[in-house]
Design a protein around this ligand. Structure first.
Ligand SMILES: C[S@@+](CC[C@H](N)C(=O)[O-])C[C@H]1O[C@@H](n2cnc3c(N)ncnc32)[C@H](O)[C@@H]1O
Length: 346
């Protein structure tokens, strides 16, 4: 298999479903699409760390049977939102307009908890909470858009001084953002449903237990960006705000995800062995990995993973980080890290 990689000037594609939410560590959908287009159609593609569902969705869009696994509840809502759009745009909008009408008439709803309240204008926070009482009636797609609208509103209330991916300083006084309008606009903007006959699915599970939820020798391709070994916190920034609003136990989620230094290597060994079980003989596995800086030394992501993989190493494609936050960190840290795609075979 001869995978080609292009270098793109800009890897962001806001005019797609992936602009729904600024998920931490989101892989470029343009690059994911470029790689997936080189896979044979109708095969089984697994993303064992599917996050906001970029690869899961792009695989299904490209005619593969796409399976995603994710343990973070925010990633789960986003992934489900992308792959489960069964209504027309008009129906989605009319449904939410009706809910907004009911929300505006109601007064008997919960107040936003104090911690997240500080990120929003008081009136915006009330609008968010007036809708949360109906959250379980929303379609999967509307739920994902609702999460994304909360992030947008938080940025707006802080005078758009925060970036799309990181939360900045509290800016006071807060600016009022009409949440109802933002929510409706988001629903229209990112509506790119998959073909209705697609067979994509999300499995809400810990990837370390993969062989309990997938049959052995069933997967043709694995394509993923695993939690990086700089151990980013996938519950931080906007995720933290959502979890605080919905009163999700963030510490519990954090402790379940693979994102701490002590158990990173043993966890990844378990994941790779689980993948070995579910991948067909001859199946291909691609991990998008990155270098890490520890005490001034750069550890190569591909060397780390190649040392612990049970798969046969086929090749490593390496390139500089393109327009991404990693490139900005490099500039700040005076490092020149690289990103690699490692390709293995069973
Ligand atoms: C680099 S992100 C993937 C981002 C994804 N490619 C996207 O475009 O949104 C890695 C993901 O692994 C998830 N994760 C970490 N530990 C996990 C585990 N034990 N089981 C399943 N998912 C896990 C994190 O929640 C995070 O969403």
């Amino acid at each position: 298999m001869n995978i080609k990689l292009k270098t793109f000037k800009n890897v962001n594609n806001p005019k797609s479903i992936h602009g729904i939410y600024p998920y931490r560590g989101k892989i470029s959908a343009i690059e994911a699409r470029e790689v997936i287009a080189q896979f044979d159609k109708n095969k089984f593609l697994l993303d064992p760390f599917c996050g906001s569902g970029t690869i899961l969705y792009e695989g299904a869009m490209n005619g593969l049977n796409s399976i995603g696994v994710e343990l973070n509840p925010i990633g789960q809502v986003l992934s489900e939102g992308k792959i489960n759009i069964h209504k027309s745009l008009n129906e989605e909008i009319e449904e939410i307009k009706l809910i907004i009408k009911k929300a505006k008439q109601s007064s008997n709803f919960m107040k936003m908890p104090d911690k997240p309240q500080k990120y929003f204008h008081e009136k915006t926070a009330l609008e968010i909470m007036s809708l949360i009482q109906f959250f379980f009636d929303f379609s999967h797609y509307a739920k994902a858009c609702f999460y994304g609208s909360i992030c947008l509103a938080a940025r707006g209330c802080n005078h758009y001084q925060w970036t799309s991916s990181t939360v900045g300083k509290d800016i006071n006084p807060k600016r009022y953002i009409n949440f109802y309008d933002k929510f409706l606009a988001k629903i229209s903007k990112h509506y790119y449903p998959l073909p209705q006959n697609n067979s994509s699915k999300l499995i809400k599970s810990d990837t370390r237990n993969l062989s309990k939820v997938l049959n052995s020798e069933t997967i043709d391709y694995v394509f993923t960006s695993p939690p990086y070994f700089d151990c980013l916190d996938y519950t931080a920034y906007y995720g933290k705000i959502i979890m605080e609003i919905f009163e999700i136990d963030r510490q519990k989620i954090r402790s379940q995800l693979i994102q701490n230094f002590n158990d990173y290597e043993p966890s990844m060994k378990i994941v790779l062995n689980q993948l070995y079980e579910v991948v067909k003989t001859g199946g291909k596995v691609m991990f998008v990995v990155g270098d890490k800086k520890i005490k001034g030394n750069i550890i190569s992501g591909s060397e780390f993973f190649n040392d612990i993989t049970p798969f046969k190493i086929i090749k490593v494609l390496e390139r500089k980080y393109t327009n991404s936050s990693s490139q900005i960190f490099d500039r700040l840290n005076k490092t020149k890290r690289k990103e690699q795609i490692v390709l293995w075979e069973k």
